[in-house]
Design a protein around this ligand. Structure first.
Ligand SMILES: [Zn+2]
Length: 193
């Protein structure tokens, strides 16, 4: 199995989980209703042989509604659903212990979190605490490349050597044509210390 990304728009990452010739796509595992995460369904739903999972009422092409604690199986791996409202009210995240990974959409990024567009800061905080409860080695597949701007801001308010080190490492990755994601929960905990 391998996980790779398709870049979209200016800074979106569409995560693809590939096994043999089968492909699962985040967002075909829909995290929330925003257009930059669901717009592709208009064309893509015609090609999808399996299910399009997502929160109820997020998009008309979702045919399997999922909510808190639901478990689904995608390409042989189990995923547990966490409701993670804040950025939007419908936002969910997909966690797979089998592949030690969470697909958290716009809830958590490296060095920062999503904007609270629809939910309250308290809701977003609670959602991040759910992700914070996952094993420290969990890989975080966030949906945008915000790492450098997040870490620049973090360093401007908190003079911390680990933040600076990761800011420089992230800049270097991007300048070499790589991406900074996935990040890992233990690093995010350290950055936010
Ligand atoms: Zn969004």
């Amino acid at each position: 199995m391998k996980i790779f990304h398709i870049p979209a728009f200016t800074d979106n990452y569409i995560w693809c989980i590939q096994k043999n010739k089968k492909l699962a796509v985040v967002d075909i595992l829909i995290t929330h209703h925003h257009f930059d995460h669901t717009g592709g369904l208009e064309d893509l739903h015609k090609l999808v042989k399996g299910n399009i999972y997502g929160p109820k009422q997020s998009n008309k092409f979702i045919n399997k509604f999922v909510s808190e604690n639901d478990e689904i199986e995608v390409l042989g791996n189990k995923y547990k659903i966490f409701e993670t409202p804040g950025h939007t009210l419908d936002h969910i995240s997909y966690y797979s212990e089998d592949i030690n990974s969470v697909f958290c959409g716009d809830t958590l990024f490296s060095g920062g979190c999503g904007r609270a567009f629809e939910g309250t800061f308290e809701q977003l905080h609670n959602s991040i605490q759910k992700l914070n409860g996952l094993p420290e080695s969990t890989l975080i597949y966030a949906a945008h490349e915000y790492t450098v701007s997040n870490l620049k801001f973090a360093y401007s308010v908190h003079d911390d050597e680990i933040i600076l080190e990761n800011l420089n490492r992230s800049k270097k990755l991007l300048s070499e044509g790589n991406i900074t994601l996935p990040t890992v929960l233990s690093l995010e905990k350290r950055i936010n210390r």
